[in-house]
Design a protein around this ligand. Structure first.
Ligand SMILES: [Zn+2]
Length: 157
């Protein structure tokens, strides 16, 4: 066995052979193992055929949890098998400042409402969140949402 590729093998019984390390490759491989055509998989997962093609050609690199579950069920695998190779495109502030600000505002809101762990908006990993209490210039207490990602450089400060 190749030790280098072993770091994520949590449940080897689920993956007897090594699966491709990209979402596109892995979906295609899992589909072929089940002898499904793209059309079959589209029907079973209730995705469009075009969407399956987008995923298998690497245009879509991550899925919502609902979509992931549908696809995993159609492929008869644990959703984790799909999730571990998803990559989320990073939303950079310079790409779309309005969307970026909205994303940070949403994040702050939920942290201030008491959410302690969230999905990182940049990579999907666990975000550690906390509320920091401070004082504003009039000595009034204010609450600030803070968060940092455990995997990528994303930080909310
Ligand atoms: Zn992250």
């Amino acid at each position: 066995m190749n030790q280098k590729n072993n770091r994520k093998a949590k449940d080897p019984s689920d993956a007897p052979k090594e699966l491709p390390s990209t979402l596109s490759g892995r979906i295609a491989e899992l589909r072929e193992r089940k002898n499904l055509t793209i059309r079959d998989l589209a029907q079973d997962s209730r995705f469009t055929k075009e969407r399956i093609e987008d995923i298998e050609s690497g245009l879509e690199t991550w899925l919502s949890s609902t979509d992931r579950q549908l696809l995993a069920r159609a492929l008869a695998v644990d959703p984790y098998i799909i999730q571990e190779v998803e990559t989320r495109p990073r939303l950079e502030e310079s790409d779309d400042p309005v969307a970026y600000a909205a994303m940070l505002a949403d994040l702050s809101d939920s942290i201030l409402k008491g959410v302690k762990e969230q999905e990182c908006p940049q990579c999907g990993n666990t975000l550690r969140c906390r509320v920091q209490e401070g004082l504003d210039i009039d000595e009034q207490p204010i609450y600030l949402a803070k968060a940092f990602c455990q995997k990528c450089p994303f930080i909310l400060k």
